[in-house]
Design a binder for this molecule. Structure first.
Ligand SMILES: C[S@@+](CC[C@H](N)C(=O)[O-])C[C@H]1O[C@@H](n2cnc3c(N)ncnc32)[C@H](O)[C@@H]1O
Length: 252
């Protein structure tokens, strides 16, 4: 893939772009033979990516004794959904009820509200993906499940479309749903607010909600949505000390 601009905001120093280009070059020209390449993906993780993986692991380990499914809101390329699927295979390989459900338009931001401010990323279509990406992600999820026990039972779903519509539809189709872990990474006010409201009756004590952008001036709408739906004084909004931006709360 080339240098498409998806309106991403980064806070790296002036040398970061050049270092990342060099690394990308090393990825593309990797001399490791095919048979060993997938076993050595850690070679290409930058600390920031690794710290996100550690955060997802930290969240997942907190729901091991909580009934319910995992919902990944704003999955984009789907890394979190793949990680959660791997973690299910590692930590609770026989939990057939722990579905991983990934939501995205796969076309980027469907719209912006006044509450979202005016950071560079705030325009319709930001954070889109390549054409038909959801099919690629579906194949990855299928193969990831196949690496783990109970592979004959499908335990993942991709819901393409506006999540404010899709989550209601999912809950209508799956009326038994309890949400053990919800990860919010829409970056936006409206979907964060509406989806929080939709899943609120499906949370239980111990459910974990992760947020990518609370207290982040680039995405004020995410915090405003949490204030309006949950309030800040009702739950402790914690941060994972090894990752700069992310937060979480545990329903008590
Ligand atoms: C910052 S990206 C998510 C990044 C991803 N979670 C990751 O870890 O790489 C924000 C995503 O939210 C999605 N999104 C925003 N509003 C949405 C909505 N109403 N319904 C579905 N997806 C939405 C966008 O399409 C985009 O993929």
């Amino acid at each position: 893939m080339g240098e498409e601009n998806y309106n991403l905001v980064t806070y790296g120093d002036s040398g970061q772009a050049d270092r990342r280009r060099q690394r990308l070059d090393l990825v593309r020209n990797c001399p490791i033979p095919d048979g060993e390449l997938l076993l050595n993906m850690g070679l290409f993780l930058v600390p920031q990516t690794l710290s996100r993986i550690l955060f997802m692991d930290f969240l997942y380990r907190q729901i091991l004794d909580v009934q319910g499914i995992v919902m990944d809101f704003g999955c984009r390329w789907g890394q979190n959904a793949l990680l959660f699927t791997a973690m299910r295979g590692i930590y609770e390989p026989f939990n057939r009820l722990r579905k991983v459900v990934a939501f995205d338009t796969f076309g980027g931001f469907p719209g912006i509200s006044a509450e979202d401010g005016n950071s560079q990323m705030m325009s319709t279509g930001s954070y889109s993906v390549t054409e038909g990406y959801e099919q690629y992600l579906a194949k990855l999820l299928e193969l990831q499940e196949a690496e783990c026990p109970l592979e004959h039972i499908s335990k993942h779903e991709i819901c393409k479309g506006d999540a404010t519509v899709e989550v209601a539809d999912y809950l209508q189709r799956n009326r038994e749903t309890i949400v053990a872990l919800a990860y919010f990474d829409f970056d936006l006010y409206e979907p964060t607010k509406e989806v929080l409201q939709a899943i609120q009756p499906r949370l239980t004590r111990g459910s974990v909600i992760g947020f990518d952008e609370l207290n982040d001036p680039d995405c004020p709408g995410e915090t405003l949505a949490v204030i309006e739906v949950l309030g800040l004084d009702r739950y402790a909004i914690k941060r994972f000390p090894y990752n700069s931006r992310t937060s979480y709360l545990v329903v008590e």
